[in-house]
Design a protein around this ligand. Structure first.
Ligand code: PBG
Length: 328
């Protein structure tokens, strides 16, 4: 008797056989490349903690958009850094701010490229928190006032939609913000603009490099009062269900790699498209390890993007998008 009878290795014998039976793949169209548009600089400024990534000015946006389109990348997501910040984040809904200007430039240069805009106020507040502050009940400490923040978010969403954004992506983690944004968009005739909710966003150490890139590190305290606790997975289902009830068209899990279990839970529980944000700290780790000669950057990157797709993401926001698209 020939032993063993079952030989999974039969299907691994050649590259062609392996390609034939591969269950999951990553293609450029699944990737979303973040852009940081700053009004506070005159020429591109490399971000030290994110090798290969720079803040750019509105002038560079058109060329960047054409590059992304030509690489077949699915979308871009825009973050704005204004010249002036204040404690109420009013620059977040300035129709002449960096994000509305960048949206228009992209729609002129490469209209096929899907444009998502991040809606949050931390890049626009002088204190760096994702909302309007007030005194905490019974203490002198400050906290983010949920409902006062909703108004600002709704205004910002409308400004982005007016500029031509294809998808509005709120990342602030206020309760009720998807509903508030949906109502505001519908009220201004933007019923057809979808909302991608950062439904499940953890209070993570992996956002460190981004806070340099977007100049939005909180000046005091942290974001644990509004972002999710890393120990919680069931709560992710609650957050996601609420957002869907409020009208979210798509969900996101962020960060990606430390929360692949949560991504899988959401995938099994909901049928809407789900994205995952492979965040700045995850990118920085790969770059640092590769620069130190510790890992093969290209193979490691493809493997980790595959893991995010395998866990259930339809699309991935990642700073690796351009590098990976060039190889695919
Ligand atoms: C908030 C926002 C953050 C990121 C995206 N949107 C930072 C935060 O919550 O502190 C992080 C993205 C990354 O780390 O790549 N506007």
């Amino acid at each position: 008797m020939a032993f063993p009878v079952h030989r999974p290795r039969r299907l691994r014998r050649t590259p062609a056989l392996r390609a034939l039976v591969r269950e999951t793949s990553v293609s450029p169209g699944d990737l979303v490349f973040p852009l940081f548009i700053s009004e506070a600089i005159d020429s591109p400024r490399p971000i030290g903690t994110m090798p290969g990534i720079s803040q750019i000015t509105v002038r560079e946006v058109a060329a960047e958009a054409r590059t992304l389109r030509d690489l077949g990348i699915g979308a871009t997501i825009l973050f704005g850094i204004p010249k002036q910040k204040d404690d109420r984040g009013t620059a977040a809904y300035d129709p002449n701010g960096p994000v509305p200007h960048a949206v228009k430039a992209i729609k002129d240069a490469a209209p096929e490229l899907v444009v998502m805009t991040d809606v949050c106020v931390d890049e626009y507040t002088s204190h760096g928190h994702c909302g309007i502050l007030r005194k905490m009940r019974g203490s002198d400490e400050l906290e983010v006032d949920n409902d006062a923040t909703l108004e600002v978010l709704a205004k910002a969403a409308v400004v982005h939609a007016k500029a031509g954004a294809d998808i509005i992506a709120p990342s602030d983690m206020m309760d009720g913000r998807v509903g508030a944004i949906r109502t505001a968009l519908d009220g201004k005739g933007f019923e057809d603009v979808p909302i991608l909710s950062y439904a499940v966003k953890y209070a993570s150490a992996f956002y460190g490099p981004f806070r340099e890139a977007a100049e939005c590190a909180p000046k005091f305290g942290d974001r644990a009062g509004y972002q999710m606790d890393p120990g919680n997975a069931r709560e992710a289902l609650t957050e996601a269900s609420l957002d869907i009830e409020e009208g979210a068209d798509m969900l996101m899990v962020k960060p990606a790699l430390p929360y692949l279990d949560v991504l899988r839970m959401l995938r099994d529980a909901f049928d809407v498209p789900i994205g995952a944000y492979n965040v700045s700290g995850e990118y920085a780790m790969i770059k640092a390890a590769a620069a130190a000669g510790m890992i093969d950057e290209q193979r490691a990157t493809r493997e980790l993007l595959l893991s995010i797709r395998r866990a259930g993401a339809d699309f991935i926001l990642t700073y690796h998008a351009k590098d990976v698209a060039k190889l695919l």
